[in-house]
Design a protein around this ligand. Structure first.
Ligand SMILES: C[S@@+](CC[C@H](N)C(=O)[O-])C[C@H]1O[C@@H](n2cnc3c(N)ncnc32)[C@H](O)[C@@H]1O
Length: 192
C-alpha cells in the first residue's frame, strides 16, 4: 500500500506539472490490473478531480479492471507505467522495452524489485514457474544505481527515485511460513 500511495502522489504531481486533470496512462505488463486500479482508487480520495484513462498491455490477458490490449500501442501517453514486469523479461530485451517505455510519453514510471530482493528470495524464484526458464535469474534484476544508469544512458532525465521497504512473507509453504523479508521496491520516474 505504501508503494501505491507513493505512486498516487507522484501521479498527482505529474498532473500538476502537465496542468491536466485527465491523464492517459499505458500500463505495460499490467497483469490483473489490481496494482494500478489500487493507485487510481487512492487518487480518487486524495485528488478526486484527476481522472485516469488507462490502457493495459500484457502477454497474458487476465486484466479485470480496465481497457486491455495484447499489442503495443503507438499512441502518445502522459505516463507509461511498468510495475514488477521488467524482471520477467529476458535481459537481452530490456533495452528495447525501456526504449518503448520512454518514448511517446512525457513521463515513465518504473517500479521494480531491487536485485537484493532476488538474493533473499532466490529459493522462491527458483521454484517460481514463470521464470524457471532463465538460467541466470540474477541478471533479470537491477540495483537502483544500475537501473538509473541504464535510463540515463538512454538520455532520460530522472525526475524522481526512491526505495520503499516493506515486510513481505515471500513464501506460503510451511517451510517458510514464518519468514519475512524486507522487500526493497524501487520507484523511478523519468521526464522524457
Ligand atoms: C509480477 S506481474 C506484475 C503485474 C502488474 N504490473 C502489477 O504490478 O501487479 C508481471 C506481469 O508481467 C507480464 N509479462 C511477462 N513478460 C512480459 C512481456 N514480455 N511483455 C509484457 N508483459 C509481460 C506477466 O504476464 C505478468 O502479468
Amino acid at each position: 500500500m505504501f508503494v501505491e500511495f507513493n505512486i498516487a502522489q507522484q501521479i498527482v504531481k505529474i498532473s500538476e506539472l502537465l496542468n491536466k486533470t485527465e491523464l492517459k496512462i499505458f500500463d505495460y505488463g499490467c497483469g490483473s490490473g489490481k496494482f494500478l486500479k489500487g493507485i487510481e482508487n487512492i487518487i480518487k480520495i486524495i485528488k478526486p478531480k484527476i481522472k485516469l484513462d488507462i490502457l493495459g498491455y500484457d502477454i497474458k490477458n487476465y486484466n479485470k479492471y480496465y481497457k486491455f490490449s495484447n499489442t503495443l500501442s503507438n499512441d502518445n501517453y502522459d505516463i507509461k507505467l511498468c510495475s514488477y514486469c521488467i524482471h520477467h523479461i529476458e535481459r537481452r530485451n530490456h533495452l528495447e522495452v525501456i526504449k518503448f517505455l520512454t518514448k511517446k510519453c512525457t513521463h515513465t514510471i518504473i517500479v521494480e524489485d531491487e536485485r537484493m530482493f532476488m538474493n533473499m528470495c532466490k529459493k522462491h524464484l527458483t521454484l517460481s514457474s514463470h521464470i524457471t526458464n532463465y538460467k541466470n535469474i540474477k541478471s533479470q534484476f537491477y540495483t537502483k544505481k544500475e537501473l538509473l544508469d541504464v535510463l540515463k544512458h538512454s538520455n532520460n532525465k530522472i525526475l524522481y527515485s526512491s526505495t520503499i521497504y516493506f515486510k513481505w512473507p515471500f513464501h506460503k509453504s510451511r517451510l517458510f511460513y514464518n519468514t519475512f523479508y524486507y522487500n526493497p521496491t524501487m520507484i523511478i520516474i523519468t521526464k522524457n
